[in-house]
Unconditional design. Sequence first.
Length: 267
Amino acid sequence: MFRTTEISNPEFESNNLRFITVKTKNLKGRGDICLFVPPIKDLKNVPIVILLHGVYGSAWIWSQKTGIHITAWEMMHKEELQPMIIAMPSDGLWGDGSAYLPHNQRNFEKWIVDDVPNAIIENIESATKKSNLFIGGLSMGGYGALNLGIKYASKFKGVSGHSSITSFEQMALFVEEPLQEYDTLEKEIPSVFKTIIESKNKLPKFRFDCGKEDLLIDHNRKLHQQLTEEKIPHIYEEFEGKHEWPYWQEHVIDTLLFFNSKENLKK
């Protein structure tokens, strides 16, 4: 149980969005989570989808840039999507982006992997420890999702990345802070490929995609090639588009449908 937790009042919800703020030692302060909770009575063990944002963003950005909560609810009405909770946490708000790594006396990794699911389970009635857990993200959030989802495969049933950074060095394309300011305790920050190789005997189902005009397209193509050469099962797709919100608004639906598959939803 968190020492300090605040959750918004459902009476004042808009479009089924609610918010949780928790105090955690992993952030040495407070962290925010924006949640879409399906307004359906008597739901239990509902799957939890964690969506990680990119640099410059925060807990609000997925909902207010893509309307994912509105799209998901429409898909549920059409029976295209089973009920699921969509959790959109901040990255911890360090600099332009924390990269979801442990550094600067804060554990942004554990914030996502431990604190976010626990806060949802403790505060949302339809979520329990039996809820399947999924993780996805865009850009820096894609890097976080692929790294954390695969590193903690025992927790996550499925992983999805959009326009993903595939190695830490690519953070320099986006952030103002010099990379040496990420004073992580790890001697070498693993690339997504290295994380996958180190975990190849216990991989969750995972996919990733990238726009053909995206500045990260060559890095994503390289990761796909490396995985293919190692015969590691995965899904990789390319679409028209750049490193921008219209692309992610369209293709986050691919993530939801991937997590919604019968195989992924099995307990």
